[in-house]
Structure formats: structure tokens, C-alpha cells
Design a protein around this ligand. Structure first.
Ligand SMILES: [Fe+2]
Ligand SMILES: [Fe+2]
Length: 166
């Protein structure tokens, strides 16, 4: 049975997709950079949407908001992450993109801020948000986690078949 904390598995997968994307950048493999970034983008979109639709309302309704981990703060981080991802997407999928030495360096540097924001967001959710939900809901956390996980999987399947996303 899932707990809310188990939904952090998506965070590890997101970090892996970014890592593989960056490795492809360093190797100068444009096709692979795009494939790995697309996987990152689809998972980010489905994971963050499932949080916003299912977990954030549950957290607020349970009165769990606190200054260092409020839904308002988490949503602000989602907005910032989406903005940085949007910028990266435009650069990576630009038709005339080339991966010469200079642009490889620039592409790696350009993702630094996104990686930092994702790392902060991961810590906030992994150490406060998910544990508080699990502790407050007790046995009811299993149903909530399963619902959010199922929603994430369904959104991801839709994106993988239809494309789109951020
Ligand atoms: Fe998350
Ligand atoms: Fe999140």
C-alpha cells in the first residue's frame, strides 16, 4: 500500500531524466537530449498536476499549512519550475538548435537554476509536506496516495499518446 511519501519516487525519476538529458548534452547528442527532456517534461506535468488537483487541497483542508510549507508557497515553486522548464523547452526544441562546444556549455549552465529549484522543492515536499499528510491522515493516507498516483499515471499516459504538456 502506498503512502504519500512514496509519491516522491517521481522526484527521483525527474532528477534521473535531467541527469540523462545533461549527459546527452555533453555527448553532443541532440536527439537524445530532446528525448530525455521530453520524458522529464511529461512526468513533471503529470506529477505537479496530480499534486495540485488532489494533494494540495487535502493538505489545506486538513489545516496543515505552515509558513515554511504552505500550499501557497508550493504553488509558487510550481509556477517558477514551469517557467524555467518552458524556457528550456524553447531552447532545446528550437529547430535551428546545434550542440557545438559553446552551446553544450551554455545548455548545461542554463539548467543549473532549474535543478536548484527542483532540489529545494523536493526537500520541502519530502521532509514536510508528504510526512505531514501521512501523519495527519493515518490509514486514510493510503487512499489519498493511491488516488494521486493513479491520476499521475493517467495524465502521463495521455501525454505520452497525445503529446502536449507545458
Ligand atoms: Fe512533488
Ligand atoms: Fe510539487
Amino acid at each position: 500500500m502506498l503512502n504519500c511519501i512514496d509519491l516522491c519516487m517521481a522526484h527521483r525519476k525527474l532528477a534521473d531524466h535531467i541527469q540523462h538529458h545533461l549527459e546527452a548534452v555533453v555527448q553532443g547528442n541532440l536527439e537524445a537530449t530532446r528525448q530525455h527532456f521530453q520524458k522529464f517534461l511529461f512526468l513533471l506535468q503529470s506529477h505537479s498536476t496530480a499534486e495540485e488537483e488532489i494533494l494540495f487541497p487535502a493538505y489545506s483542508n486538513a489545516g496543515l499549512d505552515e509558513p515554511g510549507c504552505s500550499v501557497e508557497l508550493l504553488l509558487k515553486e510550481h509556477v517558477k519550475i514551469r517557467r524555467l522548464v518552458m524556457e528550456a523547452k524553447e531552447r532545446i526544441f528550437f529547430t535551428g538548435a546545434v550542440l557545438d562546444a559553446a552551446s553544450r556549455v551554455a545548455w548545461v549552465e542554463a539548467l543549473h537554476m532549474l535543478k536548484e529549484v527542483l532540489a529545494h522543492h523536493d526537500v520541502r515536499e519530502r521532509t514536510v509536506f508528504f510526512p505531514k499528510l501521512d501523519a495527519h491522515l493515518g490509514a486514510d493516507a493510503h487512499a489519498l496516495a493511491a488516488k494521486a498516483h493513479e491520476r499521475e499515471r493517467a495524465l502521463l499516459a495521455d501525454l505520452e499518446t497525445q503529446g502536449g504538456g507545458i
